[in-house]
Design a protein around this ligand. Structure first.
Ligand code: ZN
Length: 390
């Protein structure tokens, strides 16, 4: 399968100028100023004139099997479908469980990740749910990482939240050590994805572990750090000591009114405060449940978090916060790829995976999405649907 993308303005995510990109099978085979269309070969040519070509997006926190359930069984959100992911330009997802690690488990999550991969994108997962002890697939964090290709870390472990299993700092320290060693032995990141609630303790446990042990700050990927101003302030202090910070893009107007920081704004503020771009990522928390309210603030039901919010916030960072596209893109491409040690992901480089998104020139809307060399969405129309999508 050969695909040639011609005349696009390439952001790899760093600006590379006008380039043609040749995809061979699942990989990027060539990036050159002018690649002639070879004759006598079966090749798809995509004219990207007037478009920007950027790496496929990486979403490091998605409830692939659904999430929620905090309002009883009927509030468990449904499983995600392939096009919910690809329509958002996302070509790599990392799945997690959530509050409910009881009716949903690691075996189903690994199966779901494999299913999505069969459908055409790249999918991984974290071992565990909110709870400590961690609810693994094999009985051990290290063995999950070493034996199961899809498992690349642990999480989302809930801290500073009323739904947390309230682990002690020692318990968290122990599981992080296990994740680190499992990661080292398997050549994976072994990161611990931490769900932060709005509790006063904030990042205190992570700071204690980083201060008193040899575990580096990059072992933790704490998320929801834009939840409110108080946590955001704690996140800035944590970031200044080298900690990573992940902002959650799916939200509601009500959450924003109540003080949640819009991700595009949080990114711009964090950079102005001197946090390094490499430390910051966005994730969607997609397919989790979001309570919905009417204009008077009355609860009217539940919404499902959307993966499409991931890129929406990057676009807002460019259009509203006046950030460079390459800077804003890093938080959903290069940065998560490095932090999660996803080889051949997150950048447009020869030999990397053929994961690309074509954006409209000035509106920056998603036009075309290519995953592992296959065109999934073309001119905003979903070409490859999931097995059970009509
Ligand atoms: Zn969470």
């Amino acid at each position: 399968m050969l695909t040639l993308i011609k005349n696009g303005e390439v952001y790899g995510p760093d600006y590379l100028g006008k380039q043609d990109i040749l995809l061979a099978g699942t990989k990027i085979a060539m990036i050159e100023k002018n690649i002639p269309v070879p004759e006598g070969l079966d090749i798809t040519v995509i004219d990207a004139s007037g478009k920007k070509v950027v790496p496929g997006f990486i979403d490091s926190h998605v409830h692939l099997l659904g999430g929620g359930g905090e309002g009883g069984f009927k509030t468990r959100t449904p499983e995600i479908m392939l096009s919910d992911i690809t329509k958002g330009g996302v070509t790599t997802v990392v799945g997690c469980l959530g509050t409910d690690g009881f009716t949903r488990d690691m075996k189903s999550l690994v199966a779901k990740a494999r299913g999505l991969e069969e459908e055409g994108i790249s999918a991984y997962c974290y071992s565990g749910s909110y709870q400590v002890p961690v609810r693994t697939a094999t009985g051990s964090i290290q063995e999950d990482l070493i034996l199961i290709d899809k498992i690349i870390g642990v999480g989302e472990i809930a801290l500073s939240d009323h739904r947390s299993s309230q682990p002690t700092v020692e318990e968290l320290e122990r599981l992080t050590a296990e994740a680190r060693v499992g990661g080292i032995l398997s050549g994976k990141a072994g990161v611990v994805n931490i769900h932060l609630g709005s509790g006063e303790r904030g990042l205190q446990y992570l700071e204690e572990i980083i201060d008193k042990t040899e575990i580096p700050p990059t072992q933790f990927l704490p998320t929801h750090m834009n939840r409110d101003e108080s946590l955001f302030q704690k996140a800035l202090a944590y970031g200044k000591k080298g900690g990573l910070m992940d902002f959650t893009t799916s939200t509601t107007d009500k959450f924003l009114e109540d003080g949640e920081k819009k991700c595009s704004r949080a990114l711009s503020r964090a950079l102005k405060e001197g946090i390094k771009l490499e430390q910051i990522t966005f994730s969607s928390d997609g397919q989790g449940s979001l309570p919905d309210f009417d204009q008077q603030g009355n609860y009217i039901g539940l919404q499902v978090g959307k993966i499409t919010s991931l890129y929406q916030e990057v676009r807002d960072a460019v259009l509203n916060e006046k950030m460079d596209l390459n800077t804003a893109l890093a938080v959903i491409t290069k940065n998560p790829a490095k932090i999660l040690k996803l080889k051949h992901k997150g950048e447009i480089k020869k030999g990397y995976d053929g994961d690309l998104v074509l954006l409209e020139e000035s509106s920056l809307e998603i036009d075309t999405v290519i995953a592992m060399g296959q065109v999934m969405v073309k001119h905003k129309e979903v070409l490859v649907k999931g097995t059970f999508e009509n």
